[in-house]
Design a protein around this ligand. Structure first.
Ligand SMILES: *[C@@H]1O[C@H](CO)[C@@H](O)[C@H](O)[C@H]1NC(C)=O
Length: 423
């Protein structure tokens, strides 16, 4: 008769009990994982099992892994293959990229959802919609926990603070707002960031969570404290500012403007002034966005002139012009290890480039309409793209092969991967 083990499962970090299982000694560790997924959460999280701090391999049996009757196993959430897209059908969708299945369709908005992002702790999703609201969704089951109402016009961007405790929203009503996640249950209080004279197109927290940047069509960017007090107005652009993105080391900010330039600013500490250190000139048309590589060494800018440009963040010199695309360059992404850059175009082309020299690496061919968004997975293995051709695609970053086509009922505006959790 096969011997059956009683297993006590608990969360490795909190020590909190999850459940008890009975499994035969020869069943594989994968059986523990399957039972966990069935009893605990849908496939939005993947799990790993540890015995005395050692990771147990899925293919081996309980007995082979040193598991015995009555043992307590520790469970951690491991890096899942989860992507988030927003679609013209007024939803955001969560996908398991390992099998291409749609796990959750987040319904509730009644106008297009142009932006969605994860909380860094992987618990929440925030969506920003033209219906004047942002919504916060529980990633474990897709329920809408809060609708953030109050903006007088469409919300174009919403981002969490690095500790996942706050959300900043940017709106066409010329304001941004900061929301405290913990107090959302006790009524909708928010700090209003007022002062811009035209649409706010983008807003985000600094890497230390202390500052918020806003970018506006009024040709300025502004820096605020995380309680909404204005710290500085960054003036100098002669056209609308489309994005204002902090460097990952928190020392700089780069603004991208319709005036065809980007500007790099040194973010002030204390009472100093935030000053422009470089103006990145060379593009022939409006910039869509600009941001830093993860190592804060390089800047990419994307332009309606059909090119992306790679710049040195050290001296503001242009290192390379990434192709001459046949149409508007709409999006770009650095791989998290800062080795690769991906650019995407309104003609459906997606290209990969080597970030150290800007030389062409390969084309990701497949989309038939404009590509609006491109992202790398945190482990640098995968690239996600979102297109007006009603698909998002998942590509192997090494070979450029298309691994999954995620079919949507309408154009796809954005794609993001779930952040890796520093558990
Ligand atoms: C991103 O940059 C940080 C800080 O330099 C570094 O610790 C981390 O390893 C980088 N991430 C990757 C994927 O290389």
């Amino acid at each position: 008769m096969a011997s059956v083990f009683l297993l006590h499962l608990r969360w490795a970090l909190s020590g909190e009990e999850i459940c008890d299982l009975r499994l035969e000694a020869h069943s594989p560790i994968a059986g523990v994982l399957a039972a966990l997924e069935a009893c605990k959460e849908p496939e939005t999280c993947q799990f790993s099992v540890l015995l005395d701090g050692l990771l147990l391999s899925e293919g081996r049996s309980l007995a082979e892994s040193g598991v015995f009757d009555g043992v307590t196993l520790d469970v951690v959430r491991s890096s899942p293959c989860i992507a988030l897209t927003t679609c013209a059908d007024c939803t955001a969708k969560v996908w398991n990229t390992a099998n291409g299945r749609c796990l959750l369709s987040l319904t509730g908005h009644n106008h297009l959802v142009g932006w969605a992002s994860f909380s860094p702790d992987g618990r929440w999703i925030v969506t920003a919609s033209a219906d004047c609201t942002a919504r916060v969704w529980d990633l474990s089951d897709g329920t809408c926990r809060w609708a953030l109402t109050g903006h007088g016009s469409g919300v174009c961007c919403a981002n969490f603070s690095p500790d996942s405790s706050k959300i900043v929203t940017a709106s066409h009503d010329a304001t941004a707002r900061i929301w405290m996640v913990d107090s959302l249950d006790c009524g909708l209080t928010s700090y209003r960031l007022e002062g811009h004279r035209a649409d706010v197109c983008h807003a985000m927290f600094s890497p230390d969570g202390l500052l918020v940047s806003t970018a506006s069509e009024d040709a300025t960017a502004r820096l605020w404290t995380n309680s909404g007090i204005l710290r500085s107005a960054l003036e100098g652009h002669s056209g609308g500012v489309e994005s204002a993105v902090f460097s990952p080391d928190g020392q700089y900010l780069v603004t991208a403007s319709l005036d065809s330039t980007a500007k790099v600013w040194r973010v002030a500490k204390g009472s100093e002034q935030t000053v422009c250190v470089f103006t990145l000139r060379g593009h022939g048309e409006s910039l869509g966005t600009s941001f830093f590589s993860n190592d804060s060494q390089k800047v990419i800018s994307v332009s309606d002139d059909g090119s992306g440009k790679l710049w040195s963040a050290e001296d503001g010199l242009c290192l390379a012009t990434l192709g001459k695309l046949r149409d508007i360059c709409s999006a770009a992404a650095f791989s998290p290890d800062s080795q690769l850059v991906a650019t995407a175009s309104h003609d459906g082309a997606v290209h990969l480039w080597r970030a150290h020299c800007g030389s062409w690496s390969q084309e990701l061919a497949g989309h038939s309409e404009a590509v609006f968004s491109v992202a790398f997975s945190p482990d640098c293995q995968f690239i996600g793209t979102a297109s007006d051709d009603s698909t998002a695609r998942i590509w192997c970053a090494q070979t450029g092969r298309c691994l999954r086509v995620l079919a949507h009922p309408g154009g796809v505006y954005s794609v993001k991967f779930v952040p890796s959790q520093r558990a």
